[in-house]
Design a protein around this ligand. Sequence first.
Ligand SMILES: Cc1ncc(COP(=O)(O)O)c(C=O)c1O
Length: 403
Amino acid sequence: MSSYLKIASESMATKTTKLSERISKLPPYLFAGIEKTVEEKRKQGVEIISFGIGDPDLPAPAEIRERLAVEARDQENHNYSSSKGELEFREAVVGFMDRRFGVSINSSQVCACLGSKEAIANIARAFVNPGDNVICPNPGYPVYAQGATILCDGIPRFIPLLEKNNFLPDLDELENLIDARTRIVYLNYPNNPTSAIASRKFMERLADIFERKNAILAYDNAYSEFTYGDYVAPSILEFTGNAIEFHSLSKTFCMTGDRIGFAVGRKEYVGGLVKVKSQIDSGNPVYTQKAGAFALGLYKGREKPECVKQILREYELRRKVLAAGLKKIGLKVFGSNATFYVWARVPEGSGGDIKFAERCLERGVVATPGSGFGSAGKGYVRFALTQPMKRIIKALGHIERVL
Ligand SMILES: Cc1ncc(COP(=O)(O)O)c(C=O)c1O
């Protein structure tokens, strides 16, 4: 080691590096702790069957992968894009929103995103000042309260999603919670983690609140296409233009690793997001956007394209088997026709959701304790349907022994 490097490493050893106060306020990211324990179990030789993180195990449709490969081979697609995305992708979003939801927008109301997660977090950077309130569902996708609110020095205010209300917020309570310091309200249906859906009547009433209130409605529609049977999930933009909505190609087309999604809605809201992103990232890879535009183009109308239907058929079957198996064992499963999550109440006397998840993990089965999504998730567990049927059946046997 050169003497310069030696001196540098010695001085680092005595230096204490403090994280910022806002980072210290963050609870540990839910899945980071679970991943650590899973790793330990793996080392002990335990076979892991993970229903943890919501990452589809099925491949992206072959025609989309092929398009991605073709676009990636083209040298012209390897320069910087722009932070708001290529016009070709944004125009594809305009067409998709029109055909799928009957929502008429233009390309200046669209921003391409590196998956929807960053946009859900970055919208807060554009509109939340230190000490401002942000309303987040409880239980909820942790990014709303943490990556978005706390990392902007905002204050998360939680609205409970209770079983007696089918895991929808009480809209009178929501309206009362919105005060002069409320900048953003995050909502998400079809919902993670509860798998609940919102009726058109609910959406109408929700939209009505935001016609009157100044706060921004940030509607997370990552699971709009993850629905079964006749159920078709709406866009909030069918009911009001006063919102920003987040979409993702991650789940619809099993493209989580390709990091492509979009934000769409009121021009000022999308513009705020673009301002933030232009200081931070330089857009998605052009070849990803081109493949994304191709994927959205597979929607010829409201109906899902065949490749998406095929993915959903598999998840629907898995849902049926896992839900029936869990019910038989004694869990109370929340019935749903959307998302690839099964949300279930653990039986009385099983020690609660954390104990239940720990005991499942002892046998190699990973399920996420509801408490990890907020205090109102206590007593529930979430299973992501990311395991093939054979392993679902094997896992049910393990869970039965836990109880
Ligand atoms: C409710 C919800 N919103 C957004 C996302 C973000 O997905 P992505 O960043 O892959 O688009 C997820 C991912 O699990 C989610 O569950």
